[in-house]
Design a protein around this ligand. Structure first.
Ligand SMILES: [Ca+2]
Ligand SMILES: [Ca+2]
Ligand SMILES: [Ca+2]
Length: 234
C-alpha cells in the first residue's frame, strides 16, 4: 500500500520544475519594454497610449472652411450646392427637381390647396339629373408626383344627390406620377360613398411655382362629370 505515496513525490517535483519563471512576464503586463523602438513615446498620464498624433484634426478644420468651388461668388455653407454655379441663395427657383435658391424647398413641392367646380349629370330611369358642386381640392407635390384629391359633399337635403351621387365623392388620380415636371395627365377615379366608382381623364398643369390648374371629364352611360379648378401653393 506504500506504492502510491512513493509515486506522488516525483510527480510533484515534475510540476514545480515545469512552472515558468515569473521574471519574463514583466513586459507583457506593462505594455512597455526596453525592446520597443527608441522613438516611441511612453503612455501619457491619461492612460491613452494611442500613437495617433493630435494634429489629425487639422484636415477636418480645413474641410469646414468656407469654399466657393463653383466660382459663383457664394461660399459654403450658404451655397447649398457648391458644384453648381446656378444654385445659390437668390437664384430663380425653376421646375427642374433642384433646390435652386437654397431655401430647403425643391421646385414647388409640398402642400397645395384650392377649389374645383364640378358639374355632374346622372341618368336614372330615363331621366337626367344635374348637380353643380363646389369642392375643395388638396395636393401634395413631390417633384414627379402630384397626389391631388377632390372631395365633394352634396347637399344632404338633396335626396336625388344622396341617391345618385352619395354623401361624398372622392376623386383622385389612378397614378400620381408626372411625366413632366409641370404637367400631370392621366386617368382619375371617382369613388362614391354609395359604393360605386367610375374612371375619367384629366390633367393638372403648374402655371407657376404658386399656381396650378386642374380639369377632368368622365363620360359613361349613367354619369357625365366635368370639373375644373385651381390650386395655390400653401
Ligand atoms: Ca459657390
Ligand atoms: Ca428652393
Ligand atoms: Ca428647382
Amino acid at each position: 500500500m506504500t506504492r502510491p505515496f512513493v509515486l506522488a513525490v516525483p510527480l510533484a517535483a515534475l510540476i514545480f520544475a515545469c512552472d515558468p519563471a515569473p521574471s519574463n512576464d514583466k513586459g507583457a503586463d506593462s505594455g512597455w519594454s526596453e525592446s520597443d523602438p527608441p522613438d516611441s513615446e511612453p503612455p501619457d498620464e491619461t492612460g491613452d497610449d494611442s500613437a495617433a498624433p493630435d494634429d489629425s484634426e487639422e484636415p477636418v478644420d480645413t474641410g469646414e472652411a468656407p469654399e466657393d468651388k463653383d466660382g459663383d461668388g457664394v461660399f459654403t455653407p450658404e451655397d447649398c450646392d457648391d458644384r453648381d454655379p446656378a444654385v445659390a441663395p437668390g437664384a430663380e427657383e425653376l421646375f427642374n427637381g433642384v433646390d435652386d435658391d437654397c431655401d430647403g424647398q425643391t421646385d414647388a413641392n409640398g402642400a397645395w390647396s384650392g377649389t374645383a367646380d364640378l358639374d355632374a349629370t346622372a341618368t336614372y330611369e330615363g331621366k337626367r339629373y344635374t348637380f353643380a358642386l363646389r369642392c375643395p381640392v388638396t395636393m401634395e407635390r413631390d417633384t414627379l408626383y402630384a397626389e391631388w384629391e377632390i372631395v365633394c359633399e352634396p347637399d344632404p337635403d338633396d335626396s336625388w344627390a344622396m341617391l345618385l351621387l352619395g354623401e361624398r365623392l372622392t376623386i383622385t388620380p389612378l397614378d400620381a406620377y408626372c411625366w413632366d415636371l409641370t404637367l400631370w395627365e392621366g386617368a382619375f377615379i371617382v369613388r362614391s360613398s354609395n359604393g360605386w366608382d367610375s374612371e375619367g381623364e384629366g390633367d393638372l398643369r403648374f402655371t407657376s411655382l404658386s399656381r396650378a390648374t386642374l380639369r377632368g371629364e368622365l363620360r359613361s352611360v349613367y354619369l357625365n362629370l366635368d370639373f375644373g379648378g385651381a390650386l395655390n401653393h400653401d
